[in-house]
Ligand binder design. Structure first.
Ligand code: DGY
Length: 321
């Protein structure tokens, strides 16, 4: 008997075809709408494998319903949407998609940094609104990126890829990580800094750590108060790592200069979210890994992880080994 799987969002045809070679496939057919919880609760009862996105909350009550479930494959590197401890207790494998999105996410992080520093979105809106009357000496002036200092919280794959990019801009790079990485320090010419020092010294602070109970509100009012008034905060990791209310007040009061945000505590973010009312915020809809090539690679890797688990092999990217 072929294993039964449920896919929580419409995937590209080649991925579905690959999965159908091995599995009996059922899929939520909508591209722009997440599967309703009631449907997921019904579907999970009878499946061996679940292919899900970061938009699904795979919590214990849901896992309790999946009595036949063997593998949950997340099409993302982050897996804070899954109760991994509950899955592990039930002997359910959880997989993710690291590696394939590293460079693309580092590209977007740097793009957001540049867009925020040079006020790219604001300047474009200004032009389109017909406000551009003349060239003027201090008009829409921003911050220099070349020669500035960059602090990276979380020196994983994406953090290292970001540091590489920063070198090309002659930036002084600090990082803070649970463990020091002497090899990366030597290779990339970067310097370990304690949390406070990184916040104090950096012109740009980039948040690239995983979201866990320990990193919730890792950047709050106190941390923001340590940053330079001229500094820019970039978050392309997860919304909950930065305290959004504290960030709003810091930006509004001029305690920091600007922020570039690709991720929000609640997604999709409401259009009346206070942060979106600020001119010094560049906000994006969680598109860190969104290049065509990379999204296809992520989708394919999540499919392979799922197939491997269902065939009794150890998936390449098993989170709960
Ligand atoms: C991830 O993979 O965790 C990103 O947030 C989406 O690519």
């Amino acid at each position: 008997m072929r294993p039964k799987i449920y896919i929580t969002r419409k995937l590209p045809d080649q991925i579905v075809t690959r999965l159908a070679e091995v599995c009996e496939v059922k899929m939520w057919e909508k591209e722009e709408e997440p599967v309703p919880r009631e449907i997921l609760e019904k579907e999970i009862v009878d499946i061996d494998g679940l292919y899900c996105l970061l938009t699904e909350n795979i919590d214990k009550p849901l896992l309790d319903l999946g009595t036949k479930l063997k593998v949950v494959s997340n099409m993302a590197v982050g897996y804070n949407n899954i109760d991994v401890a509950a899955a592990t207790e039930k002997g359910i494998m959880v997989t993710n998609t690291p590696g394939v999105l590293t460079e693309t996410t580092a590209d977007l992080t740097f793009a957001l940094l540049m867009a925020t520093a040079r006020r790219v979105v604001e300047a474009s809106d200004y032009l389109r609104a017909g406000d551009w009357k003349t060239w003027s000496p201090m008009q829409l002036t921003g911050k220099d990126i070349h020669g500035a200092s960059l602090g990276i919280f979380g020196l994983g794959r994406i953090g290292e890829a970001l540091a590489k990019r920063a070198r090309g801009f002659d930036m002084k790079v600090y990082y803070h990580n649970r463990t020091r990485k002497p090899e990366a320090e030597a290779q990339l010419g970067i310097e370990f800094a304690e949390k406070d020092q990184l916040l104090r010294e950096s012109d740009f602070v980039c948040v690239l750590m995983p979201f866990t109970p320990e990193t919730k509100n890792y950047i709050g009012a106190e941390e923001l108060s340590l940053m330079k008034k001229s500094a820019i905060l970039i978050n392309t990791a997860r919304g909950g790592i930065v305290d959004e209310e504290a960030l709003y007040h810091a930006l509004k009061n001029g305690d920091i200069w600007a922020a570039g945000i690709d991720v929000f505590e609640e997604e999709p973010v409401r259009t009346d979210h206070p942060l979106l009312s600020l001119q010094n915020v560049v906000a994006l809809p969680h598109i860190g890994s969104a290049s065509q090539k990379t999204r296809l690679k992520m989708a394919a890797l999540a499919a392979e992880n799922l197939v491997q688990g269902l065939l009794g092999e150890t998936p390449r990217h098993l989170v709960n080994r």
